[in-house]
Design a protein around this ligand. Structure first.
Ligand SMILES: O=C(O)C(=O)C[C@H](O)[C@H](O)COP(=O)(O)O
Length: 662
C-alpha cells in the first residue's frame, strides 16, 4: 500500500531532523539492553526486599526464569476514568499466572482531573504533572525488576507522562491497558446548552448541577472526544495497545477479555525470542506520524499539539507544528464527535470505532503499515473489530461505518483537511482547531481586550464590557508563567458572546481543553508572554487578525508603534495550592511547541554531555550489525547508511533482523 506523498515527506523530514537525537536515544537503549535487567543479578538482600510481600508469587519469583511484569498505575477513585483500575492489578496477577508469569505494581503515579480543576488554582499543576508522572514511572521501573511494563492510564497528562517515563526504559516491551469510556448520559451538547443558560443567568445552580451530574454519572472516561479519548485513540493508532481496545465501556465482558489478552500478550512480547518487542522500537518516527494522523483525522484535542512533541522527544524524535500543519492539509476529517459534532465516543465506537477508522485511513494511504506493534499480526490487526463469542475474544475485518453522521471514509470525508492548523505571524506561532468552528468564523478581525487572568475575562463579561466584536487576549498563561492551565472555563462565556452575533475569538499562550470547540481560538502562542513573546506587546483596542485559512495571527498595528512598545509586566507567580513547589519546573520550561517541559529540556542537556560516547556506541553497534548480519536494538540500518534511520524497506528489514536475534 503506497503512503500518501505528504505523509511520506513529513515522515522523511522528521526522520532527518531527528537523526542525531534519535541515534543517541537508541544507543542509550542499546546500552540498557546490554546491561539487562537487574533482577537476576541482585544480591540476595536486595532481591528479598523486592519479593518480601509477593505472596503467592514468591516461590516463582525466587526460582527466577519467568517473566515479571511491572505495572505503573495511575489509579485513584476520584477520577472516574481511572477508578476501574482499582481491580486491575489483582486481575492481572491471575492472568499472568495462566502464562507462568508474575505481576508486581512497580509504582503509582498521580492523575489529575482537569474537569475538577477547571478554573481552579490546581489547574496550574496540570501540565506540570505530566513530567511528574514521567519521573514517577521511571522511579517505579528503576528497581530493575521487570521484563515488561504495563501502563495503566487514560486521561490528559497521564498517558503522555507514562509513555515519556517508559520510553527511558525503551529496551523493555510495554503495553497500555485502557479502561474505557463511561456509558452515555446527558448529551454533551445539552450539558453545554444548560451551561450557557446558566452563564446568561437563565437557570439556577441546581438546574446546572442536575445537568452536570446527568452527564458525568459513573465510572469511565468522559464521553466527549476530549484529550483523554484522543489519548486512547493515539495509543491504539501507534499499536501500543491491543487492537480495538480503547473504547469498550468499563466492567463489560469484552473489556475483561481484552484485559486478559493484553496481559497474555505482554508476557509473550516480554519473553526473549523472536517475538520480543521493545518500546523503543515500537515508538519510532512512523508511529508518531500515525498518532498525528489519527489526531487530525478525528479533530482530536489540541492538548496533543503539546503532548505529541513531548512523547516524541522522549524517544529522541523531533516533530513540530509545521509537521502537524502539513499533515493537516492532507489528512481528511473522518469523525464528528463532540466538540466537533453532537455524537459522543460511544456513538463513534458503535459506528465502527477505531478499526473502521484505521481501515479507512489505511486505504487512503494515510497510515504507515510497517511499524512494530504489540499485536502479533502487525498493523493490519488494527483494522479488525473485536467481539466475544462465548468466552472467546475474536477479531474480524472492520465493517464499513454504520453511522455516516459520526464516522466516514476518505471518499466522502467531513472535510478534506484535518482538524488543526498552525497559525503564525507577528504574534508568534500558535495552534487553531478548525474542526469545530463554523466556516464563516475561520477568520476574525477585531479589537483586542487584554487580560492576565481568566477571572477578569468573566468579570468583564458580567459587566457587559465584552458585548462587541472582540479578540479576547489572555496572556501570561504559558508553561513558564503559570504552568499553562486550560482556560476552558471561558468557553461558555465566549460562546454566549458569539451566539449574540458578535465576531469573537480567543488568543492566548495558555491551553484550551479538548472539549472546547465552536469559538475560534489561537492557543499555545509561542513564544509565550513570560519569555519575551510579542503577545506581551498587545494593548487594549489593537486590531488583531486570526485567520485559520491563511494560517495567520497578526497585530494590525503600525510597525513603528509596535516596535516602540514595551512588553507588559508579568504578574507575580501564584502561591498556594502547592503551586510554589513547581517553581523550578515553570522557570525552566521550553516552548509549548517543543512539549512545554523543563524535564525534557534538561534531559537533552545531559544527553549532549554524553554525546561522544553515545555516538561511538551507536557506530560500533552499527558496525557489528553489518559484520554479523543482524541488527541491534536500535533498528540500525546496515552499511551504507549514515544514520539510524533508513528507508522504510531497510527499516522493516532491520527490525526483522533485530527480532530474530533478540
Ligand atoms: O478532555 C479534555 O480535554 C480535558 O482537558 C478535560 C476537560 O477539561 C474537562 O473534562 C472538560 O469537561 P467539560 O467542562 O464538561 O467540557
Amino acid at each position: 500500500m503506497t503512503v500518501h506523498p505528504v505523509v511520506a515527506s513529513v515522515t522523511e523530514r522528521i526522520i532527518e531532523r531527528s537523526a542525531v537525537s534519535r541515534r543517541r536515544y537508541l544507543a542509550l537503549m542499546e546500552r540498557n539492553r546490554q546491561k539487562g535487567i537487574s533482577r537476576p543479578r541482585l544480591a540476595c538482600g536486595n532481591l528479598a526486599h523486592a519479593l518480601a510481600a509477593s505472596g503467592e508469587d514468591k516461590a516463582r519469583l525466587m526460582r527466577g526464569g519467568g517473566v515479571n511484569l511491572g505495572v505503573v498505575t495511575s489509579y485513584n477513585d476520584m477520577l472516574s476514568a481511572h477508578q476501574p483500575y482499582a481491580r486491575y492489578p489483582d486481575q492481572m496477577r491471575l492472568f499472568a499466572r495462566e502464562m507462568g508469569a508474575t505481576v508486581q505494581v512497580a509504582g503509582g503515579v498521580p492523575a489529575m482531573c482537569d474537569g475538577v480543576t477547571q478554573g481552579q488554582e490546581g489547574m496550574e499543576l496540570s501540565l506540570l504533572s505530566r513530567d511528574n508522572i514521567a519521573m514517577g514511572t521511571a522511579i517505579g521501573l528503576s528497581h530493575g525488576m521487570f521484563e515488561g511494563v504495563a501502563l495503566l492510564g487514560i486521561c490528559d497528562k497521564i498517558v503522555p507522562g507514562l509513555l515519556m517515563g517508559a520510553l527511558r526504559f525503551g529496551h523493555l516491551p510495554a503495553l497500555l491497558i485502557p479502561a474505557g469510556p463511561m456509558t452515555s448520559g446527558l448529551p454533551n451538547k445539552e450539558k453545554q446548552r444548560v451551561r450557557q443558560l446558566y452563564a446568561e443567568g437563565k437557570v439556577d445552580s441546581s438546574a446546572l448541577m442536575e445537568a452536570e451530574a446527568a452527564s458525568y454519572h459513573s465510572a469511565g472516561t468522559c464521553t466527549f472526544y476530549g484529550t483523554a479519548n484522543t489519548n486512547q485513540m493515539m495509543v491504539e493508532m501507534m499499536g501500543l495497545m491491543l487492537p480495538d481496545s480503547a473504547f469498550w465501556n468499563p466492567s463489560t465482558r469484552i473489556r475483561q477479555a481484552l484485559n486478559r489478552k493484553a496481559v497474555h500478550r505482554l508476557v509473550e512480547i516480554s519473553q526473549p525470542g523472536s517475538d520480543h518487542r521493545p518500546l523503543a522500537q515500537m515508538v519510532d518516527e512512523k508511529a508518531i506520524v500515525n498518532a498525528a494522523v489519527g489526531l487530525l483525522a478525528t479533530g482530536g484535542s489540541t492538548n496533543h499539539a503539546i503532548h505529541l512533541p513531548a512523547i516524541a522527544r522522549a524517544a529522541g524524535i523531533c516533530i513540530d507544528w509545521s509537521d502537524l500543519d502539513a499533515l493537516s492539509g492532507a489528512v481528511p476529517l473522518l469523525t464528528r464527535a463532540y466538540p466537533n459534532g453532537s455524537a459522543d465516543v460511544n456513538a463513534m465506537q458503535e459506528a465502527g470505532g477505531l478499526p473502521t477508522l484505521i481501515a479507512a485511513l489505511s486505504e487512503g494511504g494515510m497510515l504507515h503499515q510497517d511499524i512494530l506493534t504489540v499485536s502479533k499480526g502487525g498493523y493490519a490487526d488494527y483494522a479488525c473489530r473485536a467481539r466475544l463469542e462465548g468466552e472467546a475474544l475474536l477479531y474480524s475485518a472492520a465493517r464499513a461505518s454504520s453511522d455516516r453522521s459520526v464516522l466516514r471514509d476518505t471518499r466522502e470525508p467531513f472535510r478534506q483537511d484535518g482538524g488543526m492548523r498552525l497559525v503564525q505571524g507577528s504574534l508568534g506561532r500558535g495552534i487553531y482547531k478548525t474542526s469545530a468552528v463554523d466556516d464563516d468564523r475561520q477568520t476574525i478581525e477585531a479589537p483586542a481586550a487584554v487580560f492576565h487572568r481568566q477571572e477578569d475575562v468573566i468579570a468583564a463579561f458580567k459587566a457587559g464590557k465584552l458585548n462587541r466584536d472582540v479578540i479576547v487576549v489572555v496572556r501570561f498563561q504559558g508553561p513558564d508563567a503559570n504552568g499553562m492551565p486550560e482556560l476552558h472555563r471561558l468557553t461558555p462565556t465566549l460562546a454566549v458572546l458569539q451566539d449574540k452575533g458578535y465576531r469573537v475569538a480567543l488568543l492566548t499562550d495558555g491551553r484550551m481543553s479538548g472539549a472546547s470547540g465552536k469559538v475560534p481560538a489561537a492557543i499555545h502562542i509561542c513564544p509565550e508572554a513570560q519569555s519575551g513573546g510579542p503577545i506581551a506587546l498587545i494593548e487594549d483596542g489593537d486590531m488583531l487578525r486570526i485567520c485559520a485559512r491563511r494560517g495567520q495571527i497578526e497585530a494590525l498595528v503600525e510597525p513603528a508603534i509596535w516596535q516602540a512598545r514595551q512588553p507588559a509586566l508579568p504578574p507575580l507567580p501564584g502561591l498556594g495550592t502547592g503551586r510554589e513547589l513547581f517553581t523550578l519546573m515553570r522557570s525552566r520550561s521550553d516552548t509549548a511547541e517543543k512539549g512545554g517541559s523543563a524535564m525534557l529540556a534538561a534531559l537533552e542537556d545531559t544527553m549532549d554531555l554524553h554525546a561522544t560516547e553515545l555516538d561511538k556506541e551507536f557506530f560500533d553497534a552499527r558496525h557489528d550489525s553489518a559484520r554479523l548480519g543482524h541488527d541491534a536494538l536500535s533498528g540500525h540500518s546496515g552499511a551504507g547508511h549514515t544514520g539510524p534511520v533508513a528507508g522504510p524497506a531497510d527499516r522493516a528489514g532491520a527490525r526483522r533482523g533485530r527480532v530474530d536475534h533478540a
